[in-house]
Every structure is written in C-alpha cells, then in structure tokens.
Design a protein around this ligand. Sequence first.
Ligand SMILES: Cc1cc2nc3c(=O)[nH]c(=O)nc-3n(C[C@H](O)[C@H](O)[C@H](O)COP(=O)(O)O)c2cc1C
Length: 322
Amino acid sequence: MRKLAPIPYGSLFFAPMEGITDEAFRKTILKLFPEWDYLACDFLRVPSAGRYPAKHLVRHFGKELFELPWVQEKTMYQILTSHRAFTAEMVRQVDELEIPWLDVNIGCPSPTVCRNGGGSFLLTDIPKLGALLAEVRSNYRGRLTAKIRVGYKDTTNFEESIRMLNDVGVEAITVHGRTQAQMYKEPADWSFIRRAVELSKVPVIGNGDVWETADIDRMLRETGCHAVMAARGALKAPWMAQDYRRGFFDRDGSATFKRIKAFFQDYRALLETENISMRGLLKQSKSVSRFMLEGADGGEAIRRKLILSQTVPEFFSVIDSL
Ligand SMILES: Cc1cc2nc3c(=O)[nH]c(=O)nc-3n(C[C@H](O)[C@H](O)[C@H](O)COP(=O)(O)O)c2cc1C
C-alpha cells in the first residue's frame, strides 16, 4: 500500500459531489486547474450484502487511480455506509486493491440515506459509530479520513464525535459546518470548525460556504483549520484555487463567461475520449453547469437555456455563444 505524504498546511480541496466529481470531471479540473491540491471522488455506497465485482470499484473510483501515482496522491476516495451494510467486506476490498486513501461519508443529509441509517444519521449514536469506524480502521492500512456534519438534528454530539474520530485513528477530519436538518440552506457555522481544531490532534479540513478566494484566507484565519474544502463555490468557479494562488480577485465577474466556455470545451473533449454516450455527456454537462452561472450578470437566462437543451449540440451552441 502506497504511503501518502502528509497533507500540507493551507491545502485546497475540491469537495466530493455526487453526480459531478467523477473521473472525467476530476481529470478536467486537474488539467485546467492543477492548483487544487486535492480532489475528492463522490461516495460509493457500501452494499448491504456481499461484494461488488472489482470492476465496479474501478469504474466508480476511476481507472487512473490504479495507473497514475500522482492521481493517488491527490485524490480522496469515499464510501457511504450504515450499520446494516457490509462495511468490513468492502473496506477489505478497498485495501486489497491498494487504494491508498479512504474517506468515510458521515455527512450525507439525504432523507433516504438517513432513513436507512447512513450518512449523517450515524451521528446520532457516537459509540456505535465509533465501533463501526474501529472496524474500518482495523481492516484498512491506508490513510483513513472522515467527513462529517456538525450533527444530525442538533449539535449535541459534536464534541463527542471529534474525540471519537481521534480515538479510532482517523487521520484527518473534514468538518462541514451544518447539521443534517440544515441541509445546504442555512449559513455554515464555522465556530464548529474552530472547536474541532481545539479538540482534534489530527488535521481538520474546514468546509461550508467557501464561495470566493477571500473566504479561503478567512476560513484559515478564523477557524485555525489545516486545509480548506470548497464544494458549490468550487463548482461555480473551478478556477478559484488558481486565482487564490495567483492572488487574483475577479470581483466584477468579467472573466466568468470566457472561463466557462474554456472549461466546457476541454470538458467535452475529455469526455468524448472516454467514449461516454451522448445522453451521458448531456446529463453530466448540465449538472456541472448548474452552479457556474449562478449570480453572474445575465447568467440565469443562459443557465435556463442550458438546462432545457435537448441535445449535446444544442447545449454546446449555448456555450459557444458565451
Ligand atoms: C450536488 C452535491 C453533491 C454532493 N455529494 C457529496 C458526496 O458525494 N460526498 C460528500 O461527502 N459530500 C457531498 N456533498 C457535500 C459537499 O461536499 C459539501 O460538504 C457541502 O456542499 C458544503 O460545502 P459548500 O458550502 O462549499 O457547498 C455534495 C454537495 C452537493 C451540492
């Protein structure tokens, strides 16, 4: 099993996002904006019986993981589980495949996932979650991390969750400053990230409401966190990490359309080399475009045209007109 270098202070993470951060998307981001220090693959659900065929894991996590060492260094691979799922089995399989970084999703707010006892619902019983994670730890030799919300319906268990994660041997914790009940709507409360930093011996990665470059420094400064993870902000402005490293602040958004166009031209070219179906290309492109135009001057009308596009040429003729 490859041993990963420690995560440097001030690293920037492009967050996992289901339906978006698949291999083709991550490849585009790495090619266009290598300033992102780390990317994350969205979760793979642990099956409730048996094992997936290995090729299913390869398909989900991406084949470059198994071929390119630098992709291994830069990518966090995630599972979503519950007490009912075959977690130890799956973790052993991840270990056998020598996937060097495994993150456990303890934050998913989806009502269906939570009803089945997974995602952020796991935060309702910390000792039980601790036992599950101890099982994960004992079956996995690579870097184990966890991504949590600050609670399920409330934050009563928050401090206990941070202590438990340290005790079971998790090597970094991403803290998303919202409870499950807050979904994505209310502002993320960074004071919980600061509290996690005080309580944790392992690095804390701050997450929630990083919308622009200035928020990166603000989060590092206000919370003392070790690294910063952006999700919707990163999707809206995939060039955020590049701007941050270059000290560029596009306050009036004038570069936005040009950058969206350049992004999609590369994204399309890469997806086409993957032999993705036209339907798949259209679906992916729509998910990716969802956040990019938000708040941009005249962006709403363009976004609507993109979402209503019925074919790939129609979608890209809107992009080409930008
Ligand atoms: C469309 C979408 C899909 C997501 N999928 C995942 C996922 O697969 N795994 C995960 O840990 N978090 C997932 N998240 C949560 C984000 O990684 C992040 O924690 C959350 O959006 C808060 O960060 P933000 O305020 O920067 O958006 C998802 C969020 C969105 C908007």
